[in-house]
Design a protein around this ligand. Structure first.
Ligand code: GAR
Length: 187
């Protein structure tokens, strides 16, 4: 049984889907959820799912080895970033090279980089008049949003689509594909 750690900063709906998906099989299980945001709804989801939740601040994440050591003591095989806002520090990147996967709610390299998170991405896509968007699942390396792409899936952006409507379409793609890509990485 492989061990997954999820990092999430917000609602955590992907974290919940991934946890449920693996709870049904015997490939892996979600061991822990980490968050930088004490107000994130993912904290309530973790409690409901009975998954340990570790909160950290900037000092703990960037100034100490606490989180790296916590990951190691839980024998984590794969780190999943599911709506996580902060950059991963060098010590974790180095130790988990090719074992950190991120999901981005657009078709990278477009609409990636600094500030491109969640609804801001969907607003930018609609403002630019794009006719399609989608998801990108990729490995994380030193340059954010630039790691090896594992999967992209598209959805149409229709006239009249609001950022909320687009977010829903993108979330549907995320729930369908992210757990499967994670599973493949663990095989
Ligand atoms: C997801 O759409 C994910 O792709 C996005 O945040 C949302 C989190 O939703 N990630 C990024 O924008 C990363 N740059 P969730 O908290 O409900 O899973």
């Amino acid at each position: 049984m492989k061990r997954i750690a999820i990092f999430a900063s917000g609602s955590g709906s992907n974290a919940e889907h991934i946890t449920d998906y693996f709870a049904k099989g015997n490939v892996a299980r979600v061991e822990v959820i980490y968050s930088n945001n004490p107000k994130a709804f993912v904290i309530q989801r973790a409690a409901r799912l009975n998954i340990p939740l570790v909160l950290f601040d900037r000092e703990k994440f960037y100034g100490e080895e606490t989180i790296l050591r916590d990951l190691q003591s839980r024998k984590i095989d794969l780190i999943v970033l599911a709506g996580f806002l902060w950059l991963i520090p060098g010590n974790i990147l180095k130790t988990f090279r090719d074992r950190i996967v991120n999901i981005h709610p657009a078709l990278l390299p477009a609409y990636g980089g600094k500030g491109m998170y969640g609804m801001a991405v969907h607003e930018a896509v609609i403002d630019a008049g794009e006719t399609e968007s989608g998801i990108t699942i990729h490995l994380i390396d030193e340059v954010y949003d630039k790691g090896k792409i594992l999967l992209q899936e598209k959805c149409p952006v229709l006239p009249g689509d609001t950022p909320d409507i687009l977010a829903e379409k993108v979330h549907r793609l995320e729930y369908e594909h992210f757990p499967k890509v994670i599973e493949k990485m663990l095989e």
